[in-house]
Design a protein around this ligand. Structure first.
Ligand SMILES: NC(=O)c1ccc[n+]([C@@H]2O[C@H](COP(=O)([O-])OP(=O)(O)OC[C@H]3O[C@@H](n4cnc5c(N)ncnc54)[C@H](OP(=O)(O)O)[C@@H]3O)[C@@H](O)[C@H]2O)c1
Length: 331
């Protein structure tokens, strides 16, 4: 491995914190029982952008290497679960929040946070998926566990052209669901149809303030946006349907009533990816590898250098990033 190597470091200041590309040595990395990983790729999630720009309360300890995802190759392992040369990944699990993360050329990671990259994915493909794709899979599995089945009723995905949204559209379509993609960017309609969307729903159509019980329209939903849009999706879901709620790109409030729950048997399913226990993480990645079309995964992602992380973070927060961004930590 390179020594010294580059890392995006957050350091506490009198007011807030600073973020800069720094040089670290292997001896600077946390020691206790961690697997030494030579990182090849990380990714850019909404939460990474909040951390890089200091806009959200993401970073819980300082100094902190940012980046909630990583993929690379094991160099040294105190754990019998991993050996040098293994391709590994980590998403969430406190990386970049309470434990040093993936915006670095090397890291020590606690064995519990690491998984083997599932065949046939490469480390770069694993980061095309990243936290966003993993969360989309958790949402799909939550709907399936709640007996939402493919039918003529569409499943609506909100924030569809974003990272979680693009992955959700694609995964649902691959599992036989008819998908309605809701987007504020009509120019992305062709892209969303290529990912498997059956129809496109303009964002404004779901953003109006409407009643708490509306005509049944969706078999279920995956919501990455929150606010009025989630309230409407919930109010328009069919008897016995379910809505998986994982994001708040449009707002954290939810003004609704209990009516869809108690009169239509609709379930509102909370999805948090960060602390997913290892057996469920392994199973979800197995399902991801089995469900994804790897060509489509390529079509919904682009790879960018770590040196552009600040610029890219501002881009994602302004809603201008399409699909997924992989971060090449060596560029
Ligand atoms: N629960 C979890 O574990 C978990 C994991 C990952 C992400 N998340 C959350 O999920 C959300 C999406 O993350 P992401 O990485 O997919 O971000 P992203 O790539 O930026 O996607 C967000 C999408 O939301 C839509 N959007 C943005 N601003 C909006 C607004 N003001 N009103 C309505 N829609 C808006 C846009 O889609 P269109 O252009 O198509 O309209 C945008 O592309 C974030 O809130 C993130 O924190 C949660």
């Amino acid at each position: 491995m390179r020594d010294p190597f580059r890392a995006v470091m957050a350091r506490q200041q009198d007011k807030g914190y600073s973020v800069a590309l720094e040089e670290l040595h292997e001896r600077d990395l946390p020691r206790e029982g961690g697997v030494l990983v030579e990182i090849a790729f990380s990714s850019l999630n909404y939460k990474d952008a909040l951390a890089v720009t200091g806009r959200g309360r993401i970073v819980r300890r300082f100094p902190m290497v940012l980046g909630i995802d990583l993929a690379g190759t094991v160099l040294e392992s105190p754990s019998p679960e991993f050996k040098p040369g293994d391709h590994v990944l980590a998403v969430g699990q406190g990386l970049g929040e309470t434990a040093w993360g993936g915006y670095a050329q090397a890291q020590r990671v606690r064995p519990d946070a690491l998984l083997h990259v599932p065949e046939p994915l490469s480390p770069e493909e694993a980061m095309r998926v990243g936290t966003a794709g993993f969360t989309a899979m958790l949402c799909v599995l939550a709907l399936e566990r709640n007996e939402v089945r493919p039918s003529d009723r569409e499943i609506v995905v909100t924030g569809a052209a974003g990272g979680v949204g693009s992955m959700a559209v694609h995964l649902l379509a691959r599992r036989g669901f008819k998908v309605a993609a809701s987007t504020g960017r009509p120019e992305q309609s062709e892209y969303l149809k290529n990912l498997g969307a059956h129809s496109i729903v303009p964002r404004e159509e779901l953003a109006k303030k409407e009643g708490p019980m509306q005509s049944e329209r969706w078999g279920g939903g995956i919501d990455t946006v929150g606010g009025e849009i989630l309230a409407n999706v919930f109010a328009q879901t069919v008897y016995g349907g379910a809505v998986a709620c994982c994001g708040m790109a449009g707002g954290h409030e939810l003004n609704t009533t209990v009516w869809p729950l108690i009169l239509r048997n609709v379930s509102l399913l909370g999805v948090s990816s960060i602390l997913t226990p290892k057996p469920r993480r392994i199973e979800s990645w197995r399902q991801l590898a089995a469900t994804l079309d790897r060509n489509m995964l390529g079509a919904m992602s682009r790879t960018e250098p770590l040196s552009r992380i600040v610029e890219l973070s501002n881009e994602i927060l302004s809603g201008h990033v399409r699909g997924r961004v992989v971060i090449d930590v060596n560029a």
